[in-house]
Design a protein around this ligand. Structure first.
Ligand SMILES: [Zn+2]
Length: 215
């Protein structure tokens, strides 16, 4: 793990510092071969289409591609000067049923985090609060609020890009999603395209320090 906060001494106090782990751990799932894939420069443009042509679903084992969808959401947050964090929820067969980007500035809402919005949309799509068989993919480790929401939604699987050593509640500061005293635990995979996810945030805060111009 490389702590990139050391060269961010002038980072605003409320900004997430980002610890990125490159190739943090091999993906144990069959078919998920990240190393061969390399660095996908461009996130797939998601427009309600599909990742697997003609199938209507995303390949749940291709974590890099899934993170690309979350990264596209994160980048869209820049339009409203929001910290670029993005999330998607996929159902058990790989359909995207919820999407969210950080809208704290856009909505003036301290709870308008990407994961929370994606979870709400997914529940509305399914017509139930329990996100059975679902996977949430998010560019930054969820905070305590969002981690709590994932437990409440009984989310089975969480895929994280960059870790957040200052506020992360999925293993960094707290581990709400795997707290043995709670009634649900989430399977967590971290470090997927962590470098890119972290760079989105670092670029945002660099631009903000330079004078508030949007990245
Ligand atoms: Zn949050």
């Amino acid at each position: 793990m490389v702590d990139v906060t050391s060269d961010d001494a002038v980072q605003p106090a409320d900004s997430p510092s980002v610890r990125v782990g490159v190739d943090a751990s091999p993906d144990p799932r069959p078919g998920a071969d990240r190393s061969a894939e390399g660095d996908r420069a461009a996130a797939p443009a998601w427009s309600g289409g599909t990742l697997i042509p003609g199938s209507g679903v995303a390949d749940l084992t291709d974590r890099d591609a899934l993170m690309g969808l979350a990264l596209a959401e994160a980048r869209a947050a820049l339009a409203t000067q929001d910290v670029p964090v993005g999330a998607i929820v996929l159902d058990a067969v790989g359909r995207v049923i919820g999407r969210g980007r950080n809208r704290r500035e856009a909505d003036g809402d301290p709870t308008a985090h990407a994961e929370l919005l994606a979870v709400r949309e997914a529940a509305a799509t399914l017509g139930q609060w329990r996100l059975e068989g679902c996977t949430l993919v998010v560019t930054l480790e969820p905070c305590a609020m969002c981690a709590g929401a994932l437990v409440l939604a009984r989310l089975p699987t969480l895929v994280i890009g960059a870790s957040d050593p200052k506020a992360g509640a999925c293993g960094s500061v707290l581990n709400v999603v795997q707290e043995p005293r709670l009634n649900h635990r989430v399977d967590v995979e971290t470090g997927v395209r962590a470098q890119e996810c972290g760079e989105e945030l670092r670029a945002f805060f660099r631009a903000r320090r330079r004078g508030g111009a949007s990245a």
